[in-house]
Each structure stands twice: as C-alpha cells, then as structure tokens.
Ligand binder design. Sequence first.
Ligand SMILES: *Cc1c(COP(=O)(O)O)cnc(C)c1O
Length: 468
Amino acid sequence: MAKPRPENSARPPSVDVVLRDAAFAELLTRFGHQVVRDAIRLELAEIRQNVGAVDTAPGAILQAVRARVSRRMAPSLKPVFNLTGTILHTNLGRAPLPDVAVQAMVAAAGAVNLEYDLKTGKRGSRDSHLAGWVQQLTGAEAAIVVNNNAAAVMMMLNTFALGKEVIVSRGELIEIGGAFRLPDIMTRAGCILREVGTTNRTHLKDYQAAVNPLSGMILKVHTSNYQVQGFTKSVPEPELAALARKHNIPFAVDLGSGTLLDLTRFGLPYETTVRETLENGADLVSFSGDKLLGGPQAGIIAGRADLIAQIAENPMKRAMRLDKITIAALDAVLRLYANPDQLASQVPTLTALSRSSEDIKALAGRLQPLLAEALAGQAVVEVLSCHSQIGSGALPVDLLESYALGLRPIGEGDKALRRLAAALRDLPCPVIGRISNGQVILDLRALSDEPAFSVQLGQVAACLRAAR
Ligand SMILES: *Cc1c(COP(=O)(O)O)cnc(C)c1O
C-alpha cells in the first residue's frame, strides 16, 4: 500500500534543476560547486528512497542541503569535554595547552625566524629556539626536540646502535597503547635487542655479562603503564652509568612522561625528574612534551653535547623534526616552567592534577541540579566520589580522589545507557564520560570551563530524543 503523501510531495527534481535555483547561489559561492552538488545529490537520493515521507518543497530541500553542507564542511577535530577521569587521555589529545601556548601558535602561523638568525641575517637552527630552555630546566649540556617521544627513542637507538646491540632489562620491554612496542621499535631502528635479567629481577651482573664489542648502548625504560611489585630488583642508574662509561657506550634513559619538577609540590606522588636522571649519570634522557609536561606533542632529548650533536646529524632527524607551530607552543610552555609557583594555575594539566577534591565536590554540587533538571524524567543524576587517573602512562598506579556526576537512565538496560552516552557526545561540544555500574560517570576533575559546560545542558534532552 502506498504511503500517504504530504501536501507538496511530487517527483523530486533533478540535481541540475535544483542547482539552477537562485536560492542556492549563496551556498555555491561559499562552498563551491562540488560540495553543494554532492549534497544535493545525496539529499535527492534520500527523497527518492522515501517517496512521500519527505518534504520536496524547494525551501525544504534548500534547508536540508544547507545542513548537509555545513556538516560536511565542519572541522573534523572538535573540542570536547574530557570527563573520562583520565587526565592525559591519548584519544582525546592528551595535554590541553596553556593560553600562552595557544597565542604563541597563532603568532607563529605566518612567516617567522624558524631557521633564520635575525642578528646576522644568516641561516639559523630550528632547535636553537628550545634547546636553551631545556638545558636551563634540566641542567643538560644540550638538547634536541623531535615529533614525539617515540621518535626520540628511535633517534637515540638509530644514532648510537645501528647494527649494534642495545642492552635492556627484560622487565622494561614495554608496550604502550598504539603500536609502540620497544622490541619492534628497536628492530625498525636497526638495532639488536639484548635482553638481560628476568621479568621481575635484573642485576648489575646481568648487564655486565651482556656487554661485548657489539654493544651500542645501555637503555633504561620507564615502566610507564605498569608496576612490577613484590620480589623485584632493578639496577640503580648510577651503576648502569658507570658500566656504560667503562665500556665507552652511551647510557640512555627513556623516561616516558618525564617531569621537570618535583611533583610533590602539586600534591602528586613523587616521580624522578629529568634533572635527577641526568645527575644519576644518564648520557641521554628522552621524554614527552604532552604528558606531565603539559605541552604540545613532542619528544625531547636532553643530555651530553657530543651525543646530541650526533643525533642532530642523523639524516633521520629531518624526517622527525618539529614544525614551527609546535616549537612556538613548546617554547611558551617551557618558559612557564621558569616560574614554578605559577605553574599550577597556568598549565591546564597541572591545574587538573593538583585540583583539590573539595573544589571538585563543590563543582559537582553546583552542576548536579542543572543536569538533573535537563534530564528530568530521563535519568537520575547524583554526585559520586570517584578516582581520576593521570593517564598516558604517567604514574600508572596512583589515583587521585575526585568527584563525578553519575547519570542513571530511567529506562532499563544497556541500550538506555548507551543512548544517554551518545546524547552527551552529540552536544555541540561533546561530553565524554565513562560507563560503569549502569551509570554514565562524568568525572569533573578536568572540567575547567563550567559556564561552557552548563550553557549547553539545555540541549541534552533534544540530543537524547535524536539518539538511537
Ligand atoms: C609515552 C611513552 C613513550 C611514547 O611517547 P609518545 O610521546 O607518545 O611518542 C615512550 N616511552 C615511554 C616509557 C612512554 O611512557
């Protein structure tokens, strides 16, 4: 049986007829022929499939096409609220940047003195913008910066141990989310992995027995995302440094997250700093720009000047060098570290990590009635205590006391829960929480913009109706 036809339903017009309609002129000028044409074709195809159920009036088509075009032309990267409880969430872009870093990125967007010495008018070095600050903040003789810490590890391995053996403890053969597995990186860097010790215990004598004329490097890797507990033994850095020196090979430490300051000043657990690692005798230390440091994605290598110079000359450096935008952002963040007293208020990662649980509880208390009202009849909203984690392999077993809003859908079952989570993701600035115990949990530790969060709550109900 035919579906009932609405008033102005008719055979849908052809793409060309629609395109000639003067009403589309503005869309065509703004977005170009190709995009508008594709949108019209898709819209008409849908109308043909649902003959009768869709309004084919020209005004209706224009509106639908406009919506399609704006969805198609919207940026793919969208700002979101990270309320997952994982502060450095790799899938959500890790460290949110400080305002000064954002301004620096904008300022660097045009022509800049990236590799140009303004004093002499001659060619300059791209690494010079950052090296001085890394040296000052870590005590290193020299520094070099690449795309991320994985690239930094790759550069250290490839520069000093190409075709040679790299001695690593079995307890440190890490895999980090994504495809960063130390043994695989080593193969691709052209090195031979020389595992020593056992999973839980490695002694100095294990390293000593492994050193031979083929040895290129001793590497220590921070066990970022796990901890070996119980009957364990690892070799202190000064002893490994002495062994490496005796055999004239570099001792490198991949610190992973890496921190420039003693984090206990922010109420966080103690974590060895880059400076301490260098003082312990490491020749090279690598760490990330966008983990605890709170800056842009980058990999920083600090250490001995002669070794850094060799890394700079490795042809692979060209493939891993930083762009000017990242240099600008990292430079701005490093300069913030010159004044540690202001850091907690200026670096969003440190702001979130050092936030007191009372402060988060008060925030939860203010937001609970707003969200309860927005979801009236759909979900019950309560304030819960919870634990945030730092994430990205930083301080893996340390949890921070926090507070969350727990949203329990009134409809039963997983489907209602998934719909609710989907509705929150469908907001103009998507809200990303986690699902646990039949609730959508929104950990508020990382929520910095309370007004921006509140202002869109009025749209939650509509998103929920639209969510399947
Ligand atoms: C995170 C991490 C890496 C990779 O760093 P990216 O900046 O993500 O490339 C390497 N090693 C360790 C120990 C890490 O924690």
